[in-house]
Ligand binder design. Sequence first.
Ligand SMILES: [Zn+2]
Ligand SMILES: [Zn+2]
Length: 154
Amino acid sequence: MTLADLDVFLDRERFTGSRAHNDSELRDVRQLRVRLRGIWESNEDEAVQLINSILRTARALPQLVKHDDWDYHLHATTPEAPLAERMAVEAAMALVDVVRTGELQRLRVCAGNGCRAVVLDSSRNRSRLYCNTGNCANREHVRAYRERRSQPEA
Ligand SMILES: [Zn+2]
Ligand SMILES: [Zn+2]
């Protein structure tokens, strides 16, 4: 991931607040990704410890806010907090709901060949297999199509 990738990602997620736009910001976000991956690979009690530690370290304080054209929603950091901290808390707050509703099995690793991206399956029927880059789902569909075509006629 480069700074440009990060810009694209934040833009797509409509992530607001302060930005440093420098290497240390990028490094912190990369480290965060490693930390979050740990949650995907943990059992429930370990995941809870990691989530709580993120919230504690950032001194997260949930507040209802309205900004831009979003209606009231929760922020647990101020817009001035460093980007990686805000991203960490945002992820932790989402994971709080996942744990609380007993749906930790919705945390998956992308089923794409060779892809290790983490997936939070928020689909109603828990059918999501691939990361949100779109690439993996497309590749697998093409591969499945070719496999079907290469099978001898019965
Ligand atoms: Zn917001
Ligand atoms: Zn993928």
